[in-house]
Every structure is written in C-alpha cells, then in structure tokens.
Design a protein. Structure first.
Length: 209
C-alpha cells in the first residue's frame, strides 16, 4: 500500500477513504479469505506497509458492546519516513455500512465513559505484551491521545494532542470512537490513518470477536 503527503480536514480525509475503498484492496501476504488483514495474535490484526506498520488490538472492544464508546488498541511503527505526524484527527473508524466515526475527545470520554483505566490493564490489553518484542530494534515514543483517571507521572501519562514519530520509532495507544451503529462484537471494521507525510491513508481491516 503506497504512502507519502496528505489530506487536511475530515471532509477531505473521508473523501479519500471512499476513493480508496472503491478502488479495492490488493491482497496482502497472509491475507485471509474473509478480507480481513493478517492476524498477529488472537485479537490483533496487522497491515504490513512499505512505510509504516499499523496494528489494531480488539480485545478491550469485546467487552464494550453496551458502552457509548468503542476502544481500539493501536500500534504504529515508522519504517521509512523521516517523520510521521499524528493527531486524533488522523484516525477514522469505518463500519461495514460505510459509516465514518472520528476519535472521541478527552472531554467526551471523561464525561461519558467509565472504563478508561480498566481498558489499559495488562489483563485486558493485548498489544503491550506483543509490540515491545516485535519492535525491539525500534524506539518507543510517548503517545496518549485518550485520557485516564488515575494520576500518572511517567512520560506516557500525559494526554497528547499530537505525536511526531521519527524513523524507526513506534507508539502504542488506546483510541476511542463513538459506538458504531452496527454494534461492536461480531462486526468488522476498517481503521484508517492519514498524516501529512502519507500520500494515501493506510488502513487495516479487522473483526471484533
């Protein structure tokens, strides 16, 4: 999948997503017949890009069918770009009916979602055990687009609006989207990522089981 310079504004991003979707997917190594991306583990899916890798973890989402928001674990590794600039506006979730969902804001989550800390617990989160090993030769950079209620003093504890990820850097984070009209468990989705340095959005197709 190609990557290189970007779309600004949610309307333009949405238009590009529709064009990419209409153009169809090329088959990936290990692609499943369902059209889902390759599984990295029981609940994690990966899009191995030429420029970046995009990984989605679905385990926390399995428990949130009755919640107003859907948690999505992410990991992004920058393989070739000098820098990859990301914000909440970089991410859009698309359900099987083509509905688009932007990231929820920190204020929305603090006012309307009670599982912010629980979703990040090691017993629930799956990516943290996988990604540090997979990208051991890379450097992890702080990223926290969504808040938690517990006071955290580490560099990973402060909510950030923007992350600049250098070459051979990676991040892990938790994103939240309004609950899709299709529901959560048993549904398929696509997570799109755009950035000024990417010519086309990168996306991964996954299922919450």
């Amino acid at each position: 999948m190609s990557n290189s310079s970007t779309v600004k504004g949610l309307c333009l991003v949405t238009a590009m997503f529709l064009l990419v979707s209409c153009a169809g997917r090329r088959e990936l190594r290990g692609q499943q017949t369902t059209g889902l991306d390759r599984k990295l583990s029981t609940y994690a899916y990966i899009e191995d890009g030429d420029l970046i890798d995009l990984i989605v973890g679905t385990r926390p989402a399995r428990y949130r069918d009755d919640s107003a928001f859907m948690p999505v674990e992410i990991a992004i590794a920058n393989r070739r770009l000098k820098q990859l600039t990301l914000s909440r506006e970089s991410f859009v979730l698309v359900d099987n009916d083509g509905n688009h969902y932007p990231c929820a804001s920190p204020q929305e989550l603090l006012e309307g979602y009670q599982f912010l800390d629980w979703d990040r617990e090691p017993s629930v989160s799956e990516l943290y055990a996988l990604i540090d090993t997979k990208y051991a030769a890379f450097t992890r950079y702080p990223s926290k687009f969504s808040p938690t209620r517990q006071i955290q003093t580490s560099r990973y504890g402060i909510v950030l609006d923007r992350v600049a990820l250098p070459k051979f850097g990676y991040l892990m984070d938790m994103l939240y989207f309004p609950k899709p009209a299709s529901g959560i468990k048993g549904s398929q989705f696509e997570l799109f990522v755009s950035a000024p340095e990417l010519q086309d959005p990168v996306f991964v197709r996954f299922e919450v089981k």
